[in-house]
Write a protein that binds this ligand. Structure first.
Ligand code: PEP
Length: 248
C-alpha cells in the first residue's frame, strides 16, 4: 500500500512575512499523518516555514536545486545546502523550469542523482504539451522523460523518488485532466518503471497527478488506482488547501 503524498508548490508566491503567516494558518488544519504533506516554498522562506512546522507532520521542500555541490554558480542553491538545512523534498524539472529556464532531461537526471545522494526525495515532474497530446505523442514524451530522468538509478533508488505527472496544458490553466486521462498516464509511467526496474520498484514508486487540482476535483483524482496524490500549485496558496490535503 503506497502512502499518498500531497505536495504544495507555492511557486514564486509569498514574501517571508506572508509565508510565515500562511504557514501558521495551515499548521493545525493540515497536520495529518494519514498522507505525506509537503509544502515546497521559495528558498528565502525555507527556514521560517520549517520553524513554523517544527514538531508537526508537515514537511518543507524546495522547488529546485543545482546538480553541483558548490562552486562558481552565482545565484544557485545546491543539494548539499538543502541537505544541510534538513530539507527532505525537492521538486525537479517542473515544466515552468523546463520551458522558461532551460532545464533539460540531462540536468533533471543529474539533479535527481544528486538529490538522492544527499538523502533528499526528488519530486520529478514529467508531462506533455497540448500539441503533443493532440498529435498522439503523450506516451512517447513520457517514455523519453522517464527514461532520461531515471538514468543510472538503481531499482532501490527508484523506490525513493516521487514522480509527478503534470500535463503542461493543465498547469495553472484551470483545465484539469479527467481522472481517466490522469490515471492512464500515471499507469503508463508505472508500466515503464516496471519494465526497467521490476515489480518492487513499480509497486512502491509514488506517482502524483498535478495540473489545476482543486478541492472540487481532488477526491476523484486521488481515488484512482495509479494516482498516489497530487502536486498542487494554485490551490496550495489558498486556505482551501486544507480540503485538498484531506482528500488524500
Ligand atoms: C504546479 O505548479 O505544479 C501545478 C500543478 O500548478 P496548478 O495546480 O496551479 O496547475
Amino acid at each position: 500500500m503506497r502512502k499518498k503524498v500531497i505536495a504544495g508548490n507555492w511557486k514564486m508566491n509569498f514574501t517571508p512575512t506572508k509565508a510565515e503567516e500562511f504557514a501558521q494558518e495551515m499548521k493545525n488544519k493540515i497536520n495529518t499523518d494519514a498522507v505525506d504533506v509537503v509544502i515546497c516554498v521559495p528558498y528565502v522562506n525555507l527556514q521560517s516555514v520549517q520553524k513554523v512546522f517544527e514538531g508537526t507532520h508537515i514537511k518543507v521542500g524546495a522547488q529546485n536545486m543545482h546538480y553541483m555541490d558548490d562552486g562558481a554558480y552565482t545565484g544557485e542553491i545546491s543539494g548539499l545546502m538543502l541537505g544541510d538545512m534538513g530539507v527532505p523534498y525537492v521538486i525537479i524539472g517542473h515544466s515552468e523550469r523546463r520551458e522558461r529556464f532551460g532545464e533539460t532531461d540531462t540536468t533533471i537526471n543529474l539533479k535527481t542523482l544528486k538529490a538522492l545522494e544527499h538523502g533528499i526525495t526528488p519530486i520529478i515532474c514529467v508531462g506533455e504539451s497540448q500539441k503533443q497530446r493532440k498529435s498522439g505523442r503523450t506516451e512517447n514524451v513520457l517514455r523519453k522523460q522517464i527514461a532520461f530522468a531515471l538514468d543510472e538509478l538503481s531499482a532501490s533508488d527508484v523506490t525513493k523518488v516521487v514522480i509527478a505527472y503534470e500535463p503542461i496544458w493543465a498547469i495553472g490553466t484551470g483545465e484539469v485532466a479527467t481522472s481517466k486521462q490522469a490515471n492512464e498516464a500515471c499507469a503508463f509511467i508505472r508500466g515503464q518503471i516496471h519494465k526497467r526496474f521490476g515489480d518492487s520498484a513499480a509497486a512502491c514508486v509514488r506517482i502524483l497527478y498535478g495540473g489545476s487540482v482543486t478541492d472540487e476535483t481532488a477526491n476523484e483524482l486521488f481515488s484512482m488506482s495509479d494516482i498516489d496524490g497530487g502536486l498542487i500549485g494554485g490551490a496550495s496558496v489558498v486556505p482551501s488547501f486544507e480540503k485538498v490535503v484531506h482528500f488524500g
